[in-house]
Design a protein around this ligand. Structure first.
Ligand code: XMP
Length: 315
């Protein structure tokens, strides 16, 4: 049987003996990277820098929540607000693959800068067993030299540390409980974040609209599920569409934007069925979005497409 206290104790000893200099980890606020950060921090203290990058595309309240959690965990962390840098890089870009590429590259630049400034020699990652088993990598050392991890440039020359390499998700959760790491168990969220939930150019204004709409969708669906009105979908969010349509505002006809609500049931995201949400819950979402965001949005639609043929995200 897996014993988290034994795992933590042995891992701390191993890491303490193995890591001679400074280390960095990019923490997303998810359970894997947070648990990895806490274990390494217990082993080498402030020689570990935990970096959280706010790219401007995070969900409502997300950076405050992650910042608060890392503070409470007592790790040496740095919140880098790179919002302006990301939006500048995304200016005029509407093609989804290009948006993904720019966000990935920009993240590496920001993280690389932080690692260099800190004179880090080690890169800690929250890789768990399914990650490398799927990618066909059979090396099981916790500490090894790395060449190009997750697209990080070769010249960073950091040694890779993967303290959770041998663990499965339920074991990581057991370690999290043991270490008192309380990560919000939120629904899956794509790496490029809200940038791909704005169809077309992701500007500060358009991202703000979808952030607000996503928060309303989450709140109403979670409330209905908690009240036993419906099953909690696997994923549920809002998308801002690149079209305007006519509506009425006061006595006038006015053009407004459209929000699409997406909610699906799925096991692993490979295929998905749209969620059969009660109509009154959908209506509540629609009324709230068009009331609270009436300056921008005058229409809400519900996506009733399965995957395939659609995907979960609209992009
Ligand atoms: P699609 O849209 O391809 O999404 O049907 C399937 C699942 O994958 C999530 N997704 C991502 N997750 N990085 C991630 O970690 C990404 O770049 C990414 N793109 C999509 C999506 O939210 C859904 O859960």
């Amino acid at each position: 049987m897996f014993r988290p206290e034994k795992f933590v104790e042995e891992k701390i000893e191993e890491l303490r003996a193995g890591i001679k200099g400074k280390a960095v980890i990019a923490c997303s606020g998810g359970v894997d990277s947070t648990v990895a950060a806490v274990i390494v921090s217990k082993a080498i203290g402030d020689r570990l820098l935990v970096v959280y990058v706010n790219n401007g595309f995070m969900r409502k309240g997300e950076d405050e929540a992650v910042g608060k959690m890392l503070t409470e965990l007592g790790v040496n962390f740095r919140l880098i607000d790179a919002t302006d840098e990301f939006f500048a890089a995304m200016k005029g870009v509407s093609e989804p693959e290009m948006k993904r590429k720019i966000i990935g590259e920009r993240f590496i630049r920001v993280f690389e800068r932080a690692a260099k400034e800190y004179h880090a020699e080690y890169l800690v990652q929250g890789t768990i067993a399914p990650d490398w088993i799927e990618s066909g990598d059979g090396v099981r050392d916790t500490i090894k030299s790395h060449h190009n991890v997750g697209g990080l440039p070769k010249d960073m020359n950091l040694k890779l540390v993967e303290p959770l390499r041998d663990l499965y998700k339920d074991e990581v959760r057991a370690v999290a409980r043991y270490l008192d790491v309380k990560v919000a168990e939120r629904q899956p969220f794509p790496g490029p974040a809200l940038a791909i939930r704005v169809i077309g150019e992701a500007t500060p204004a358009s991202v703000e609209i979808v952030r607000e709409a996503c928060a309303i969708v989450e709140e109403e669906i979670e409330k209905a599920a908690a009240a036993g009105r419906m099953e909690l979908p696997w994923q549920y969010f809002a998308v801002l569409l690149p079209c305007q349509s006519v509506g009425v505002q006061g006595d006038n006809r006015a053009y407004g934007k459209t929000i699409a609500v997406r909610a699906v049931q799925s096991i692993d995201g490979m295929s998905a069925a749209y969620s059969k949400i009660p109509h009154d819950v959908l209506e509540k979402i629609s009324v709230r979005v068009t009331n609270e965001m009436k300056r921008d949005v005058n229409r809400v639609v519900y996506d009733i497409t399965n995957k395939p043929p659609a995907t979960v995200e609209w992009e």
